[in-house]
Design a protein around this ligand. Structure first.
Ligand code: 5AD
Length: 421
């Protein structure tokens, strides 16, 4: 989501992006507030530009994103070297803000939840890139007790089907072959009687669009309509990111996740009945206030029952304005207990991911070639249908093409292979 917003910011400015802050006229730190660590990272990044701004007062320095929304004008007071504070909903207002600063040297805070032009600024798209994100929804209507997103991104706003398809078509005409629809709870998307399954079917009719992905799905919004579309539309990739957060019903209820463990497992089974080789990844929060050893064991038993392809796991972080921050004042899980639980879960996941990667050795996978491998320019890199990175040797003109690759090695974070034809 943040990467997407950074690309929208680049486009809103219409400026040439640079990696070198010294040569930049405008420096914007786009921030995330989901956990305390991310939020601290924002402050330390901002601090780095203090002396640059002191030596070059003509440079414009701003903070955008969820931390900007959360702290608003307090940031201007605390950080005299920044010129503006811009919430995630206000990206379309960025050009006006910059002009006002240039004209009047006026420091600005823009954190309204205005939705009028919300989808008007589309992201910067690097020429030749074969994958792209398309936003279908902003904000969130769920009220998970630990989560700051509704506070900083506002309530759910869905983009029109017409607009989504227009942007998708434009990208495909520029050479994009894989689209990832994004939204906080992407599968709750709806518009004018259309539901998420209808969006997938409509995207499936776009010529030359080879792959459709979407993230992040919310378990309770998985419907028969959605499952049928995933089954029927051949371009839909066989991977689903479905955050479960905990395997304990008590904790799920305190998190206000609106489903039980049994319901979640049953949903995965329904999905796998329809799409037998579906790979599923998840998010887990460890050390939620009141999580007992028994609750953690239930999470571990869920991990063993489902065997996720991969998982992202985090220690609970109390966030301002959330209900769980209040629970944490009464029932904090000791940090070393939470760390030990997190390590145990992560070690287990590592084994499962390696095992699953190794089980693919010998198989031929379809890979959309995205570019050179990050670690070795002699290798090309792409992802399998199941969202595993697969690196292999091949000519650069394969970038953008879908090729068959035989897997020869299953590593922890990726696969290695050789061209099959
Ligand atoms: N503490 C820890 N993890 C969190 N997440 C969201 N809020 C918190 C929090 N307060 C995690 C959830 C979510 C992912 C994006 O971040 O697992 O799915």
């Amino acid at each position: 989501m943040n990467e997407y917003d950074s690309d929208r910011i680049k486009n809103a400015l219409g400026a040439e992006p640079t990696d070198n802050p010294k040569s930049a006229d405008i420096i914007i730190i786009n921030t995330c507030a989901i956990r305390e660590k991310a939020d601290q990272k924002a402050f330390s990044s901002l601090g780095k530009y203090k002396s640059l701004k002191a030596n070059h007062p003509e440079k414009i320095v701003g903070i955008s994103g969820c931390v900007a929304q959360l702290y608003g004008d307090k940031l201007l007071k605390k950080m005299p070297h920044i010129d503006f504070v811009l919430g995630p909903r206000a990206i379309p207002k960025l050009p006006d803000i910059i002009s006002a600063i240039e004209r009047e040297k006026k420091r600005t805070v823009e954190t309204s939840y205005d939705i009028e032009e919300l989808f008007e600024i589309e992201p910067y798209h690097k020429e030749g890139k074969v994958t792209a994100f398309v936003s279908v929804q902003q904000g969130c209507n769920k009220r998970c007790s630990y989560c700051i997103v509704p506070r900083v991104r506002g309530d759910e706003v869905n983009r029109s089907l017409k607009d989504i398809l227009r942007e998708t078509n434009n990208l495909v005409n520029k050479g994009v072959r894989e689209i990832t629809f994004i939204g906080q709870t992407v599968n709750s998307w709806k518009e004018n009687g259309y539901k998420f399954g209808d969006l997938i079917r409509a995207a499936g009719d776009i010529e030359n669009l080879e792959r459709i992905r979407f993230t992040t799905s919310y378990p309770r919004d998985i419907t028969k309509r959605m499952i049928d579309a995933m089954k029927d539309v051949p371009q839909v990739c066989h991977h689903l990111h479905l955050p479960v957060q905990s395997g304990s019903n008590k904790v799920l209820s305190m998190m206000k996740r609106t489903y039980t463990r049994e319901w979640y497992v049953d949903t995965i089974n329904r999905l796998k009945d329809a799409v037998p080789d579906l790979s599923v990844s998840t998010d887990i929060i460890i050390g939620f206030p009141g999580e007992t050893g028994q609750d953690f064991e239930e999470t571990m038993s869920l991990m063993k029952e489902v065997e996720f392809e991969s998982s992202y796991s985090f220690k609970f972080s109390p966030r301002p304005t959330t209900a769980a921050a209040d629970y944490a004042e009464k029932e904090t899980v000791e940090p070393d207990v939470a760390s030990a639980r997190l390590s145990e879960l992560q070690a287990y996941q590592k084994d499962i991911t390696s095992k699953k990667n190794q089980s693919r050795v010998g198989q031929v996978e379809e890979v959309l070639v995205e570019g050179e491998s990050k670690n070795d320019p002699n290798f090309l890199s792409g992802r399998t249908d199941h969202n595993r990175i697969l690196n292999f040797e091949g000519a650069k003109d394969l970038v953008g093409k879908t090729v068959k690759v035989k897997v020869t090695e299953g590593l922890l974070n990726s696969l290695r292979g050789e061209l099959a034809v």
